[in-house]
Structures are given as C-alpha cells and as structure tokens.
Design a protein around this ligand. Sequence first.
Ligand SMILES: NC(=O)c1ccc[n+]([C@@H]2O[C@H](COP(=O)([O-])OP(=O)(O)OC[C@H]3O[C@@H](n4cnc5c(N)ncnc54)[C@H](O)[C@@H]3O)[C@@H](O)[C@H]2O)c1
Length: 356
Amino acid sequence: MSKIVLITGGCGFIGTNASYHYLKKGYKVISFDNLYREGSKENLNWLKKFTPTPKFGVGARGKFIFIKGDIRDDKKLLITFKKYKPDLVLHLAAQTTMVNSVKNPREDFEINALGSFNVLEAARESKNKAVMIYSSTNKVYGALSYVPVIEKEKRYEYDDLKGIDEHFPLDFHGPYGVSKGCGDQYFVDYARIFGLKTIVFRQSGIYGPRQFGIEEQGWLAWFTNCLVFGKPVTIYGDGKQVRDVLYIDDLLSAFDLAAKNIEKTKGKAYNIGGGLKFSLSILELMEYLEKLSRKQFKYKFGPWRPGDQKVYISDIKKAKRDFNWSPKVSPQEGVKRLYNWILENKDLIKKAGVFK
Ligand SMILES: NC(=O)c1ccc[n+]([C@@H]2O[C@H](COP(=O)([O-])OP(=O)(O)OC[C@H]3O[C@@H](n4cnc5c(N)ncnc54)[C@H](O)[C@@H]3O)[C@@H](O)[C@H]2O)c1
C-alpha cells in the first residue's frame, strides 16, 4: 500500500515542492491549505495536473488530494487525521511574515501558535503514529546582537564564529518569532510528554521554483522578481546583511533523511540552512543577478528593519551528525534555477499578485 503524507500549507512554496517530491515517490499526498498566500491557488492548479498522474510529469505516480481547510479549525484537522491516517506529516502552514504579524498579532498567534497546537492535538487524539516535521525558523534565536560581527566591503561576517548552533538561547522577537517559537516548543514537548514522533527544523532562507516572493517574505525570490519585472526594490539597511540560503531540493532531502532516522531525531530541533558555505549578502545577490541577466536593478535604500540581524548563518553540524545531511546546491546554481523559473512563469507571477 502506498504511504500517505499530510502536508499542511501544501500549496505554499515549500508545500508544493514537497507535494511533487512525494507524488514522484508514489505517496498519496493530502494537501491541507486555506489558500491564504499569494500564489497558493496557482500552485494548487499546477499540482492538480498530477492527479491521477501517470501521464503527467516525469515519473509522477502518486495521488494528490486537496482539502481546503484552515489549521485554526481543530475539528477539520481531527477528521482529516482520522480519515487518512498519515505516515508522515509536514506541518508547513503558517502566517509567514513579520510585517503582517505586527499588523495583526492575534491572527498571527491563532494561525502559528494555536494552529500548530491543533495539528499536534489532532495527531494525539487520533492516536496517529506519523513522523511529524515542523518548519520552524531561525528567528527563534532573536536578534543575536551580542554576537560580534565585522564589516567587509560587501558583507558582514561573524568575527569568531562559524554559525549559530542549537545551543544558542531561544529569544523570541516580534509576534511572528513568538508564535513560530511557540509551535517549535510544543513540537519538541509533544515528543517528550506524549511520545509523538516530532522533529523541528529551524530553517534559514529557503528558495527555489514555485516561490512567489513578496517584499515581506522570501527575499531572494523578491529581489529576483523585481529585476525580471523591472520594478524598483528597496534595500532596508546597507545591503551587507548576510544570510545562509538553502535550495528547496536540499530541504526536501533533509525531510527524507530526518524522517528515516527517526529513532535519533525524534523530539529534537535542528538548524537547517545553507551553512557557512552557502551564504549571500543582499549586495552579492544583486551583483550576481545583474551579471546573470545582463540587466540593472532599480533600487533605493530604506531604514534598517527593527531586529534585522547583520548576519545569520546556521551551524548545521547536528543535522550532519544525526542524519548525515548536508546541502549540495550552491547559491550560484540555485539562484540560476530560480531566475529561469521566474522568466518562464512571468504571467503566473503577475496573476498571483506579488506586486500589489
Ligand atoms: N521559505 C522560507 O524561507 C522559510 C524560512 C523559515 C521558516 N519557514 C517556514 O516554513 C513554512 C512554509 O513556508 P513557505 O515559504 O512555503 O510559506 P508559504 O507562505 O509559501 O506557504 C504557507 C502555506 O500555508 C497556507 N496557510 C496559511 N495560513 C493557513 C491556515 N490558517 N490554514 C491552512 N493553511 C494556511 C498558505 O496559504 C500557504 O499555501 C512556514 O511555516 C514558514 O514559517 C519558511
């Protein structure tokens, strides 16, 4: 019998790529999404083409089932768990922008904190035994302003540190940081107290095709969109901010490996990003994209955003040690693939409303 994966937020950027990944492996994919995000409807239409699948896509074999549902609806979640009895759960649904969380902190709390609790409760109440992976964020470590940073010509760097590991203190900042961090800690605790097979990924910037980058979220895709469409872009701060970045395929392989090694990974949190090797500053990204496209950015500078870290780089040694994972796709290669996808899908991106 084919395996069943339940993906909350299954029509978002990561969810759509994950759905396709598991369809290719022959899974039954249950996508649970309220289509809240720009691009989710477009992603759903794309995914629907793979049902019942054999004649579509390269090697796609599984079955795709869409449930229009909201993770704030605990009853619908429970019915879904009881009906489909998933073997794997990826909990990706979220309100994903800091800006919106400040505009509407109650909604942010209800989706990210209460919604994550609802997912765990549905699993517990239905006595489900799935491996459950939660997409948390590096924001749980806060501003990290106590970590010394040095300034170079085009980027900031840590003075004497390779990256942030899981021993750094949790320090939730801003409603989005608090609500995501709350889900993070509930996932860890449900393994401890109720024996659920949960894993937490504290993700850094993930990027790739089917990402509808907007100004508030998905910076790499947003900058690429602006260049391709000739729209002006604002650099908040001086553009030397550095992030480690992870191409979507590398995240999908981390999902697979962490789930496979569940005896080691259950109840644990992992920093998942490109690490020291795969990092970029805004200025470096812009330079690379201008070379790739032979176009020039239209840009201006704006004030620093509150709490914006000058550098965030994950230390990913724990993931390497526990489930032998390390990222493979360089930012040069990954950005090229994203750029090409945007070029080929300009109408779709416009239709999704990324430029409001
Ligand atoms: N993309 C990144 O760089 C990144 C980095 C760190 C953490 N994360 C986390 O990874 C997860 C997925 O991120 P993404 O980039 O795919 O985001 P996304 O916004 O593209 O996808 C989120 C999906 O969740 C859905 N959704 C939102 N509220 C919902 C609700 N109440 N009920 C049901 N569905 C709802 C949206 O419609 C969307 O399809 C999120 O939890 C996010 O916080 C992402």
